[in-house]
Design a protein around this ligand. Structure first.
Ligand SMILES: NC(=O)c1ccc[n+]([C@@H]2O[C@H](COP(=O)([O-])OP(=O)(O)OC[C@H]3O[C@@H](n4cnc5c(N)ncnc54)[C@H](OP(=O)(O)O)[C@@H]3O)[C@@H](O)[C@H]2O)c1
Length: 213
């Protein structure tokens, strides 16, 4: 399967690229700039510049030919302007580009509480509101969507085990395990047109997805 990963150079994005490659998928690694092209090429992915804040036509071109898009994009700066530019407007632009490019399936890495964004301080609220806006556009798009809402992300090693539910209380999960959920969701039709929270847990990823569905 040809999959484009947006935010491929990110801490979660790199895990997604590695897992997709290990499962034999053909991966296009969407990068904000060409600076980290060698790193993703070294993982067996095809680097392509895909800045979600850039010209929409360029984004369509970057995605074209892919059956699936997985977005692990996140604002590079901890301020509201960056969040609105990348996590709201850029994420929406990427969804529209995927529609225009003829993509069928779109998996979005969102955030826990994006579906109830009256949480946290001003910056956290702005992140959640931005995610809520782009998640809503994805749900109303013509794409088959999956929205993964992790709790606080950590750099702990993969466990291959998670807890998944429509809504969970506060919790944490490693980026490696979130990547495993995103990649496993590709093979689990029960995750189509669904959104769910993810934490670390004790259920193997495939079983957790199947049980959620
Ligand atoms: N931190 C948390 O606890 C937490 C909790 C729940 C959800 N999340 C969400 O999970 C997602 C992934 O988090 P992470 O920690 O893996 O993020 P990360 O390491 O900061 O990676 C973000 C990725 O987005 C890319 N990016 C930034 N601006 C872009 C643009 N204009 N166009 C295209 N790509 C762009 C970055 O590219 P560069 O490498 O060039 O910078 C990077 O590849 C984010 O959306 C975040 O909001 C985070």
């Amino acid at each position: 399967m040809q999959v484009t990963v947006l935010g491929a150079s990110g801490r979660t994005g790199l895990h997604v690229v590695k897992l997709l490659r290990s499962r034999g998928h053909s991966v296009r690694a969407g990068l904000r700039s060409s600076g980290r092209a060698d790193e993703v090429a070294g993982l067996g992915a095809e680097p392509v510049v895909a800045d979600v804040t850039a010209d929409a036509a360029d984004l369509v071109e970057a995605i074209a030919g892919s059956e699936v898009v997985i977005s692990a994009v996140g604002a590079p700066d901890p301020d509201e302007a960056s969040v609105n530019l990348v996590d709201r407007d850029g994420a929406i632009s990427a969804i529209r580009a995927a529609e225009k490019a003829g993509v069928s399936r779109y998996l979005q890495l969102s955030a826990q509480f994006a579906d109830s964004p009256d949480q946290g301080d001003r910056l956290v609220r702005s992140i959640l509101l931005a995610k809520q806006a782009s998640d809503s556009v994805l749900q109303r798009s013509g794409l088959i969507w999956t929205i993964v809402r992790p709790g606080t992300l950590t750099d702990d090693p993969a466990t291959g085990r998670v807890k998944i539910a429509t809504h969970l209380e506060h919790g944490k999960v490693s980026r490696a395990d979130v990547a495993a959920v995103l990649v496993a969701a590709l093979d689990e039709p029960l995750t189509e047109n669904r959104g769910f929270d993810v934490h670390s847990g004790d259920i193997p990823v495939n079983a957790a997805l199947a049980a959620f569905g």
